[in-house]
Design a protein around this ligand. Structure first.
Ligand SMILES: C[S@@+](CC[C@H](N)C(=O)[O-])C[C@H]1O[C@@H](n2cnc3c(N)ncnc32)[C@H](O)[C@@H]1O
Length: 145
């Protein structure tokens, strides 16, 4: 996995998506990704990500592919908070049953929670619905476009 240092872009991003990335990554890479994202998020930026929920936390240091690295909700929350962010879970389908989270700066968490709670997820996990549908719905609700 190549480390991407977001701060080198010298700008903030309204929207960041990491679909199918934390699902294969060791903890240190998730931490790096979240903290780099945090460094270029404005107070209202949205960062959508998936992870694979499990009973135990993957403690290895390797990127796993095509197998997956699993984490408890507790550990994902600890990593999120250590990166200076907060997350809310999103009840939205995924073809491999990964969990969706919406990350934001701490001051935006209450608004993020409201927006996510108002989402109406599709019942069917069609390709159009699970990925594009979620990002479009959230972008529109949160960014107004
Ligand atoms: C679950 S897919 C997600 C891809 C993309 N984010 C998406 O939503 O379509 C994981 C991706 O990681 C890529 N990948 C696997 N091993 C990799 C590695 N060692 N370095 C970089 N990319 C890798 C795969 O080719 C695949 O495109």
């Amino acid at each position: 996995m190549v480390a991407i240092y977001c701060r080198h872009f010298g700008q903030t991003f309204d929207f960041i998506l990491a679909q199918g990335v934390f699902t294969h990554a060791p903890q240190r890479n998730i931490m790096l990704c979240m903290s780099e994202a945090a460094s270029c998020m404005s107070p209202t930026s949205l960062f959508l990500a998936t992870f694979m929920e499990g009973d135990h936390d993957y403690e290895g240091r390797d990127w796993l592919y095509p197998s997956v690295s699993q984490y408890t909700w507790r550990r994902i929350r600890e990593i999120t908070e250590a990166a200076g962010l907060r997350h809310v879970s999103i009840a939205w389908p995924h073809p491999r049953s990964a969990k969706w989270i919406a990350l934001s700066r701490p001051e935006h968490e209450p608004r993020m929670r409201d927006l996510v709670n108002g989402l109406r997820s599709p019942r069917l996990c069609s390709r159009a619905a699970w990925g594009t549908g979620l990002t479009r719905s959230l972008r529109r609700r949160i960014l107004g476009r």
